[in-house]
Design a protein around this ligand. Structure first.
Ligand code: ATP
Ligand code: MG
Length: 644
């Protein structure tokens, strides 16, 4: 943008060199139109305007240029439903492309010839015929009233400001008094910013895009809009940045719609309680901390405890279940993001997934925006397509840190752990946008799985407690369990799901009740057993039972189990059928059995799936098949024969 030197007085920027008397005619007409008295006039030339002129006055920019016209035309073509106000001819949708082209040509031609023709630009009908316009040119001095009036008609008036200081991705700007919070401010062709701090005489702006383009004393202008990103089906299978630009080298993103990245969460009347399960495919989670569609379940744990693995397994398990997934990577290494995308691709999960990535090297502003961008995409699918959406924020600790960096640079006062006072609000307003929409609103849901990284297992730090209190439960992963080989390392005692139980199938609900108690009791007993005292038989049995349960809850990555399969293995484990086995062989025994059922008796799986129950008839059948399986297993492992 041109660096015009004064906010006071009138600055006229023309596309071509004009004589000074021509400039003063323009300035006079302009001053009359806006009742300005005692002005000073400066003029500049900017060939980029193509034709016409731009007036800077009193902190506003009045655009009468051909470039401005073309921009408006482009906007209109991109967004035909939205009539652009004060553009005369363009409001009429019946104007065909040819007519528009001719009118523009006319406008350009007349600009080049005669500065007084600039006034013509402002009339309501730029499409008037050539003859008429010729007549006007012959009598430039008459009808001055009409000309002056014409100023307001096709002009784009923009409020402009000037950069007073810039650095670290933050610019302070003066002169844009009417700026809204969160509004996009344009600096140059590749740089823009978001107004984050509205102060008495300046606005703090967080810069996006090419930050180096923004310099001291530079002009910037308001857009009157908040940040928007493209949304639509074209994003599926793509990796984009926080502004919706593709970064996967697969070419342009084909979308027709866009949405503002901040929008209010659905209200109470638009929601309904969680009632449909969202299967993660991970037995320990589906049994003990079940997740329902529309729920917000936190995944929390130290670094390298399998947090991302749980989220990815859940995404992979949505294959063929009509759930659209959005994975938001915040502040991760690019190599990790690439690996994640490859993993999704390898398991055929990328086709229904959108990846929004703001890597560790990105500016804090991009990392801050990423989850809102992801949520906006999810919201589009929920609200417009009534689809069920799963969104993973990996992770919100880094998001809070990015926001802390921005806040400190904006000179906001630091609070606990140097986070600003509104760090709770940035997460609550994000997670509140997850919802299970009522059927009267068309249905659809957003299930959110935010991830938080703790330091040394401390879940009572600032950000973890915040997010724990916002979400409907948490899955707590523990390094100790992870390193002892218990993977997924879910700490059953500290993990809860406050609403997901309502979405569990009956069979699972029945089996999971005793499961938690057994595990808790076994852990308590095991703590006693460490003292090495002799244990009575019932205690030993309890510990054994706990060991068996822990064993069957181990699950490798990328091997999700269906709900009926989970029901069968939990039935096996809780009904005491596995007590004769050594701990090391439990998994082999159970999964061989499951394979046998899958191949020989698939109707059982189907029946559990359809009825959602494990009735006596099915139990009886399962017991019968187990006898065969046990026989085969024991003959294979002769050790058991000897023991008997
Ligand atoms: P970070 O803190 O770096 O984000 P994270 O908590 O997201 O780590 P992951 O990257 O998911 O942890 O997992 C760490 C390692 O543990 C990975 O190498 C992964 O393959 C392995 N892992 C995760 N879950 C399992 C599992 N169920 N079985 C075996 N290995 C697993
Ligand atoms: Mg991770």
């Amino acid at each position: 943008m041109t660096d015009t030197s004064s906010l006071h007085g009138i600055v006229i920027v023309t596309a071509f060199e004009k004589k000074s008397e021509e400039i003063s005619i323009l300035a006079q007409a302009f001053a009359e139109r806006y009742s300005i008295s005692g002005y000073t006039v400066e003029s500049e030339v900017d060939p980029d305007l193509l034709g016409g002129f731009v007036v800077y006055s009193g902190g506003y920019r009045y655009d009468y240029s051909v470039k401005g016209q073309l921009d408006r035309l482009l906007k209109q073509m991109k967004n035909p439903d939205q009539p652009i106000s004060a553009t005369g001819s363009l409001e009429d949708p019946s104007v065909d492309a040819q007519a528009i082209r001719e009118s523009i040509k006319l406008v350009i031609d007349s600009f080049n010839e005669d500065p007084t023709a600039l006034f013509e630009m402002g009339t309501k009908e730029p499409l008037r015929d050539k003859e008429d316009s010729d007549k006007r040119k012959k009598t430039p001095d008459t009808d001055s009233d009409e000309k002056a009036l014409s100023f307001s008609d096709t002009v784009t008036v923009e409020e402009i400001g000037r950069v007073i200081s810039v650095g670290d991705g933050i610019a302070f700007v003066e002169g844009i008094e009417n700026c809204m919070l969160g509004e996009t401010i344009l600096f140059g062709p590749n740089s823009s910013g978001i107004a984050m701090n509205l102060e008495k005489d300046r606005v703090g702006i967080v810069l996006l895009g090419e930050v180096t383009e923004v310099v001291d004393k530079m002009m910037c202008r308001r857009t009157g809009k908040t940040v928007e990103i493209p949304v639509g089906k074209g994003l599926l299978g793509r990796v984009i940045d926080s502004m919706g630009n593709p970064i996967d080298g697969k070419g342009m993103v084909r979308t027709r719609h866009s949405r503002p990245i901040e929008s209010p969460a659905p209200g109470i009347l638009e929601r309904c309680p969680v009632n449909t399960p969202l299967q993660t495919g991970i037995t320990v989670i589906d049994a003990l901390t079940p997740i329902g569609r529309g729920q917000r379940e936190l995944i929390i744990g130290d670094r390298q405890t399998g947090k991302t693995a749980v989220a990815l397994d859940t995404i992979i398990n949505q294959r063929g279940k009509n759930v659209i997934c959005v994975y938001v990577a915040i502040g991760q290494k690019l190599s990790t993001i690439v690996q994640t995308v490859h993993t999704l691709e390898k398991h055929n999960a990328l086709s229904y997934t959108v990846v929004v990535a703001a890597g560790a090297a990105e500016q804090a502003s991009m990392q801050y925006l990423a989850p809102y961008a992801g949520c906006t995409i999810a919201e589009y699918f929920m609200l417009e397509k009534n689809a069920d959406v799963l969104i993973v924020y990996d992770d919100l600790t880094k998001h809070a840190q990015a926001y802390r960096a921005l806040s400190l640079l904006l000179r906001r006062p630091p609070g606990r752990e140097a986070y600003p006072g509104d760090v709770f609000y940035i997460h609550s307003r994000l997670l509140e946008r997850a919802a299970n929409l009522a059927p009267s609103c068309g249905g659809g849901s957003i299930t959110a799985l935010p991830i938080i990284e703790t330091q040394g297992g401390d879940i009572s730090a600032y950000i973890p407690t915040n997010v724990i209190s916002i979400t409907d439960g948490q899955i707590y992963l523990e390094s100790e369990l992870f390193f002892s080989g218990q993977r997924p390392a879910v700490n059953v005692g500290l993990s809860v799901s406050r609403v997901g139980g309502a979405a569990q199938i009956k069979a699972m609900k029945k089996l999971s009740g005793p499961l938690r108690i057994n595990l808790a009791q076994a852990r308590e007993m095991a703590a006693f057993a460490q003292f090495g005292s002799d244990l009575d038989e019932s205690t030993q049995l309890q510990i054994k039972r706990g060991d068996i349960l822990a064993e069957i809850l181990k699950q490798p990555q990328f091997e999700p189990l269906s709900n009926p399969e989970q029901v069968i293995i939990l039935y096996m484990a809780t009904s005491g059928k596995l007590l004769f086995l050594d701990k090391e062989e439990v998994r082999e025994y159970v999964f061989d059995y499951l394979r046998r059922i899958r191949v020989l008796h698939p109707n059982i799986l189907r029946e559990i799936e359809n009825t959602g129950e494990l009735d006596d008839k099915i139990k009886h059948q399962l017991d019968e098949y187990e006898i065969d399986h046990k026989e085969a297993f024991v003959t294979e492992h002769t050790r058991y024969l000897e023991r008997e």
